[in-house]
Ligand binder design. Structure first.
Ligand SMILES: [Fe+2]
Ligand SMILES: [Fe+2]
Length: 339
């Protein structure tokens, strides 16, 4: 069945599938079902109210929380309001509905942490407006979305008019940014980095566990993005010009520069062996990974500086997370060390 990514085919006929991977991934995401309320925040609450945290650790935690909170709201909106409207195949839309719902779940997870720890909500949600290195990332994401929204406006107003090369490139560029840069680097570093390191030392173990479940969802989103970008490439090889690919490399450089500015704000000096320098080097390693996955040469030849991450991110089996649930879930994807 012919269901082009950009096109005017019927978006209501879900089956038969043209993109079976999208449906399979939807089922996999269902198997990863979780609820923030099943993760106890008790030890984090006690820690926050104690004198066992330095000012630097408090600043680090609040800064990471603030950016993730804003980012998940933004990512959910982008998916529901822009990408969802630009792509026609119903199985792709179906997955994106789940994805947007998971971003809403992640937002709830942060809010659950905020409420339990009685953090200042106003301060957390508005911090990005006051901190230039956070604002710059939100603004870059907004700019890329706005460009894609111009294409969406044309699709709505002139559904029969074919998209120009430039318009198709804008959409693919936005997909590369959101799946591989925003999620594939910024979210990954925010969720797996400094807070997980604190958790290894017994601090913020509840928040870190929330982040582990969020990360498991994000790994799926990134994988979906890779399939989607591959499908774009097969259907529209003309979009992947040399100039376009240079633009993608420039985008990854920008994503890394903004990550570096941000982590230096969160972490001006190393905390418990975790430094901004190692964080940036690891972010570059992810950038290289994402580029290689698209068949592009690495930009940084960087190394992953946190060998403990893989083990820290394995959802602890002894917790029997699903045991208390009435339904026997199919075995969800174990949280895997990426790719
Ligand atoms: Fe998310
Ligand atoms: Fe996501």
């Amino acid at each position: 069945m012919n269901k082009p990514l950009f096109g005017t085919s019927d978006s209501l006929q879900l089956f038969p599938l043209a993109y079976p991977w999208a449906w399979d991934m939807y089922l996999e995401n269902m198997d990863n079902h979780w609820s923030p309320r099943e993760i106890s925040m008790g030890t984090d609450v006690a820690l926050w109210k104690s004198d066992r945290l330095t000012e630097e650790e408090r600043h680090l935690f609040l800064s990471i929380m603030a950016q993730l909170t804003t980012f998940d709201v933004q990512r959910g909106d982008e998916t529901a309001e822009t990408l969802q409207g630009l792509l026609n195949p119903p199985e792709i839309k179906h997955y994106l509905k789940r994805l947007a719902d998971e971003e809403a779940l992640h937002t709830y997870s942060y809010q659950f942490i905020i409420e339990n720890m009685e953090l200042d909500q106003q301060e957390i949600y508005s911090r990005y407006e006051r901190v230039p290195s956070m604002r710059a990332r939100v603004d870059l994401a907004k700019t890329i979305s706005t460009r894609a929204q111009h294409v969406l406006a044309k699709r709505i107003l002139q559904p029969e008019a074919p998209l120009t090369l430039r318009e198709k490139q804008e959409v693919i560029f936005a997909a590369i940014f959101w799946f591989l840069g925003f999620e594939g680097i910024w979210f990954v570093m925010g969720l797996t980095g400094p807070i997980q390191n604190l958790a290894r030392q017994g601090k913020f173990t509840g928040a870190a566990e929330q982040f582990q479940f969020i990360f498991r969802d994000e790994v799926q989103h990134i994988r979906f993005g890779q399939y989607l970008i591959q499908a774009f490439r097969e259907q529209h090889p003309e979009c992947f010009t040399e100039g376009f690919l240079r633009g993608v490399q420039g985008l990854f450089q920008k994503v890394i520069d903004l990550e570096a500015d941000y982590i230096r704000y969160c972490l001006p000096d190393p905390i418990l062996g975790y430094s901004a320098e190692d964080h940036v080097e690891t972010a570059k390693w992810y950038a290289d990974l994402r580029l290689k996955q698209m068949g592009l040469p690495p930009l940084f030849n960087a190394e992953h500086r946190f060998p403990w991450m893989s083990e820290q991110l394995s959802l602890r089996k002894e917790k029997n997370f699903f045991e208390t649930r009435p339904t026997e879930y199919r075995t969800g994807n174990a949280l895997r060390w990426e790719e």
